[in-house]
Design a protein around this ligand. Structure first.
Ligand SMILES: C[S@@+](CC[C@H](N)C(=O)[O-])C[C@H]1O[C@@H](n2cnc3c(N)ncnc32)[C@H](O)[C@@H]1O
Length: 258
């Protein structure tokens, strides 16, 4: 069976100069599965905010709604700077950074506003972290100020305090994994998707660790599943604001220490 590409996919293939000859080679290597492979894994790139980010089968393909986390981060950073007029630098962490899209975009867009950041991007996957480092070099330059850390959540972090902690951790309830599209479940890393029985295993653990790593006005910005709206019983240390994404799903939690 021949794969029929959508106009968007054809544009991506053309942009990254993937020829029919390349496609034929890829399709032979991948057999049946070529029909469902996301175009981003063919080109090796995904657009996010203003840039093309390298992706691989070790990283999730960034989702469009995750772009909204950057806007939330910029808004929170502005609030923190307004409240602390002597403050010159925003210290942040991006936990489960994958291809690095959140941390790199946030640092880049704050720097365009003349604001200095000190960011640490972490992931449990060394292969994903390697892709994030490559993206930082390409987008921010060889001499960028980001640090990269292989860590299970905040376990390997040195003692430090952050103004903002971003985390888009795996949050799909395990029971929903089988029902995902083939393009997701057969190609994207399970370790980037499966969040345990209710999808919140990692979020719960992170929020136990996070208070020790937050400045007084520190904020945690999380991406979660719409089904998590009522699962806020473990948030006793935080004031919680929930924001919808562009599709109307309750997607982002903005958490401030009580
Ligand atoms: C949903 S993906 C998000 C990737 C990227 N931040 C994005 O928004 O596209 C989740 C990421 O969390 C990482 N991850 C999974 N378990 C982790 C853990 N215990 N500690 C740190 N990172 C973890 C995965 O390797 C994956 O890169």
């Amino acid at each position: 069976m021949k794969r029929i590409f959508t106009p968007y996919e054809l544009a991506q293939l053309a942009k990254h100069t993937i020829t029919d000859f390349d496609l034929e080679k890829i399709s032979k290597g991948l057999g049946e599965t070529f029909l469902d492979i996301p175009v981003e894994y063919i080109t090796g790139f995904c657009e996010f905010r203003k840039h093309d980010f390298q992706v691989s089968r070790d990283t999730l393909i960034p989702r469009i709604e995750t772009e909204e986390m950057i806007d939330i981060g910029l808004e929170c950073a502005a609030g923190i700077l307004e409240k602390n007029i002597d403050k010159k630098t925003i210290a942040f962490a991006d936990i489960g950074t994958g291809s690095g899209i959140i941390g790199i975009s946030f640092a880049n867009e704050l720097s365009e506003k003349g604001i200095i950041t000190k960011g640490t991007l972490s992931d449990i996957s060394p292969n994903a972290l390697e892709i994030a480092k490559q993206n930082a070099k390409r987008i921010l330059g060889e001499e960028n100020d980001l640090a990269f850390l292989e860590s299970n959540l905040l376990e390997n972090f040195p003692v430090s305090k952050f103004d903002i902690v971003f985390a888009n951790l795996p949050y799909i309830p395990s029971g929903n994994m089988k029902g995902l599209d083939s393009s997701v479940k057969d190609f994207e890393p399970v370790s980037a998707l499966d969040g345990g029985p209710d999808g919140l295993d990692l979020v719960r653990k992170l929020l136990q660790q996070a208070p020790a790593f937050l400045n007084q006005d520190g904020i945690v910005i999380l991406e979660v599943d719409d089904s998590h709206l009522d699962a806020t019983e473990f948030l006793e240390n935080f004031h919680v604001e929930i924001r919808k994404d562009q599709f109307g799903n309750n997607r982002f939690w903005i958490l401030k220490l009580k």
